[in-house]
Design a protein around this ligand. Structure first.
Ligand code: NAD
Ligand code: GLY
Length: 383
């Protein structure tokens, strides 16, 4: 894989000033779709939104989100589809595996859903990733709609068509690229999210600054308190700008031939934390928060950014309520365990770990680094 810097196109995503439209488009030819962003969108689901036609709808949700929003969504869909079913899965990253996925297929078959069934993912990234994978494979592919209800899912996981389940040995190791037909981000659903989950979502918001848009990072510096207080206008800006940057990347590199890997800033270390600690112990966004610190520190030690940049990023991550130090996964050889886990990363090539690094503020590069240096970074950044 060439270094991502070589693949960066000349044009950057439009500047922050030009983001007035409430709809963001993912431009993928005949698989293009919109991301609707606003408060109260679930109420208007039946009237305004361009939903795929189908013979039935299956809402996939979990036992936390279902009781909050399931009835409203089912009622709205009842006006658009001849029949609406719901499958409620157990809540948690530890359930993002084969057994739970099978329950979606069980429901589809038990209800006699045909190839014109439409799946609706109502929940956070775990529900979105599993529903997308089920949609990609049920009868070799049926349409699906993302209704993300966490900040993380609204700014990242519901957009771009990466679907997967975990394997005990590695995060998101089994999956498919499969695009939704529509993404509906109802900002009002974020009112019921815990503070810890809000912070986890902010990790995926923050990442867009260092990799692509320092103007957005300036805005985040100024707006972090408003975001944590769930100010609707601030959230709308954050979700829209994050989706715009993601749309810009995915539109050029849907299947991660190169450029798309920059969206994994902080994730190589973060996935090792998640898998190493046991899925669900550290939230995905928490792993990404500490992982961005490690990736920035590795960038600094490789001479790509200065200390002031790293300190600024660490301060922003801390203000988001996220950990800035990684956990000790293995007391006997912590760095060795991180390295072992990171070699399973999907960006690895022939066992060589490839990191998303910051090559000057607002620009990412994907490259390998000497194990000895990575060990030093892990030793310095874990507590
Ligand atoms: P999650 O889906 O586990 O949701 C977090 C928690 O919030 C859960 O307990 C959930 O039930 C609860 N919840 C969801 N919406 C709620 C609401 N409105 N009110 C109250 N509680 C609510 O976690 P997540 O952070 O949304 O997603 C993390 C997952 O996303 C990981 O599995 C990660 O691998 C994946 N991910 C995928 C992509 C992608 O491109 N496909 C990108 C980033 C992350
Ligand atoms: N979340 C990383 C990606 O969608 O590529």
């Amino acid at each position: 894989m060439p270094e991502t810097a070589d693949l960066l196109p000349a044009s950057r995503p439009a500047s922050f000033a030009g983001t007035a439209s409430p709809t963001v488009s993912i431009d993928l030819g005949d698989r293009s779709y919109g991301i609707e962003i606003g408060a109260g969108l679930l109420d208007g689901l039946q009237e305004d939104l361009d939903l795929p036609h189908g013979t039935s709808a299956l809402i996939v949700t979990n036992d936390t989100v279902g009781p909050l929003y399931g009835a409203a969504v089912a009622e709205a869909l009842g006006k658009r589809y001849p029949v609406v079913h719901t499958v409620t899965l157990p809540d948690g990253e530890e359930f993002k595996g084969w057994e739970t996925l099978q329950r979606i297929f069980d429901a589809l078959l038990a209800h006699g859903c045909d190839r014109k069934a439409v799946l609706f993912a109502l929940g956070g990234g775990v529900i979105g990733d599993m529903t997308g994978f089920a949609a990609a494979t049920y009868m070799r592919g049926v349409p699906f709609v993302q209704i993300p209800t966490t900040l993380l899912a609204q700014v990242d996981s519901s957009v771009g068509g990466k679907t997967a389940i975990n394997h005990p040995l590695g995060k998101n190791m089994v999956g498919a690229f499969y695009q939704p037909r529509l993404v509906v981000c109802d900002l009002a659903t974020l009112d019921t999210l815990s503070a810890r989950e809000m912070s986890a979502g902010l990790a995926e918001v923050i990442k867009y600054g260092p990799i692509a848009d320092m103007e957005f990072m300036d805005w985040l510096d100024a707006s972090m308190d408003a975001l944590r207080a769930r100010d609707r206008a601030a959230l709308a800006h954050a979700v829209r700008r994050s989706c715009e940057i993601k749309a810009w990347v995915v539109g050029q590199d849907e299947r991660e031939g190169g450029l798309r890997a920059i969206l994994n800033f902080g994730h190589t270390f973060g996935h090792a934390i998640e898998a190493g600690m046991g899925y669900g112990v550290w939230l995905h966004g928490e792993g990404v928060g500490a992982g961005m610190v490690m990736a920035a520190e590795l960038s600094r030690r490789l001479g790509l950014v200065d200390d002031a940049f790293v300190q600024r990023l660490v301060a922003l991550i801390e203000r988001a309520g996220l950990p800035t130090k990684g956990p000790v996964i293995d007391a006997s050889d912590n760095a060795g365990r991180y390295l072992e886990l990171m070699r399973i990363d999907k960006k690895s090539e022939a066992g060589e770990i490839r990191f998303v690094l910051i090559d000057g503020p607002g620009k990412a590069v994907v490259r390998a680094a000497p194990d000895a240096l990575v060990r030093e970074v892990i030793d310095a950044c874990c507590a």
